[in-house]
Design a protein around this ligand. Structure first.
Ligand code: TXA
Ligand code: MG
Length: 340
């Protein structure tokens, strides 16, 4: 199969192809998604095959209008309206109880709940409207690899396996949406996966406590979100996280071991230490936003370029957006920090 990069004028054709059952990758503000018509069981099954994704990991259903959610859900959490009004379209996925058997089992992984999201990307919202059906969309990468933040990343992983890709340049946020469980109307909302919409941002708007799944805080807890238990985002090269004061020591130890080193960090770090590494990938600015935007692209670039032995990656404080950045980086690094 030839994988097409659709031109602007071909949005209607792309929408027609996905409605008919083909797989089409689409841009969002977080990462690129691998789209399929959520109502066609065979197409959704192909999504799992193409990605090599475990079949018990349910998918997010992407919608362009809240009325699409109402077709599958009738028992809403009292905070739903407020959440949707403030955060959709945006990087926030909501978990609802669905009407029995209203979505194919492959979409929900057999759960009585399902995940919904309205992505903040004009092209994709138009695409979903034109398709006229809800669209499942896991990140459009081979399972286990860093999520794609450009159409080129998608092409690299999935060329020949999907009908086409809608290209809208590099994504703005760089990590996947926050997943918020509001399935039980009697319980407070709970964050199952950290993303750009933080606990603080939710609490400020909702004026109520938002909980965080214990496994995100404590290592031996089983995650409520099935996808969180899998090894993720891992390049083939070993990744070590480096705390702000440890760059000199981390480079010294790695050089003494004769390792070929890659650095993934902010411009300030790269300008100080880049000359001691074989390769470096610099985030665009010295901010957590720029780091989050560049994390997956940087892991891919360093992994695929020079044959490195180790990627030394900048650790950030675990607060605000830093929680989402560190959640993904820790997985890529199998939890390993450089220790003096
Ligand atoms: O930003 C994003 O969310 C991207 C873009 C493409 O929209 N999509 C994405 O999809 O990250 P995926 O499939 O890689 O991640 C979906 C997450 C997984 O952790 C999955 O376990 C969880 O959502 N999830 C899906 N349905 C769920 C449910 N009913 N209950 C709990 N977690 C669920
Ligand atoms: Mg993913």
């Amino acid at each position: 199969m030839d994988t097409k990069i659709y031109q602007e004028v071909e949005l209607v054709e792309a929408a027609h192809q996905i409605a008919e059952g083909q797989l089409v990758a689409f841009p969002t503000e977080t990462v690129y998604g691998l789209g399929a018509n959520a109502l066609l069981e065979d197409s959704v099954r192909q999504v799992f095959e193409v990605k090599g994704r475990p079949s018990d990991n349910p998918l997010i259903v992407h919608v362009a209008d809240f009325s699409q959610v109402e077709e599958y859900v009738d028992n809403f959490h009292p905070l739903t309206k407020k959440i949707v009004a403030n955060f959709w379209p945006g990087p926030l996925t909501l978990i609802f109880f669905i009407k029995k058997a209203s979505l194919p089992l492959v979409v929900t992984g057999g759960l009585s709940t399902a995940a919904f999201r309205m992505p903040d990307n004009k092209k994709t919202l138009e695409f979903i409207k034109l398709a006229g059906v809800p669209i499942v969309g896991p990140s459009a990468n081979t399972s286990g690899k860093p999520s794609p933040t450009t159409a080129q990343h998608v092409y690299h992983d999935l060329k020949g396996k999907i009908a086409g890709i809608l290209d809208d340049g590099a994504t703005e946020i760089g990590v996947e949406s926050t997943v918020l469980d509001i399935s039980d109307p009697t319980k407070p909302p709970m964050i199952l996966r950290p993303g750009a919409i933080t606990k603080e941002a939710l609490e400020a708007v909702l004026k109520t406590t938002v909980e965080v799944d214990r496994h995100l805080v404590e290592e031996n807890e089983v995650p409520k979100s099935p996808g969180m238990k899998y090894k993720h985002y891992s390049p083939d090269t070993k990744v070590l996280m480096v705390r702000p004061d440890d760059w000199q020591a981390a480079l010294k130890v790695s050089r003494e071991k004769g390792l070929k080193i890659g650095i993934l960090a902010s411009p300030s770090v790269v300008s100080s230490w880049g000359n001691q590494a074989e390769a470096s990938f610099s985030y665009q600015e010295n901010t957590i936003e720029a780091a989050t935007r560049g994390l997956f692209a940087g892991l891919r670039a360093l992994d695929e370029g020079t044959d490195l032995d180790v990627i030394l990656a900048e650790a950030f404080p675990e607060e605000g957006l830093g929680i989402a950045y560190m959640n993904r980086l820790k997985k890529a690094a199998a939890q390993n920090f450089f220790e003096k």
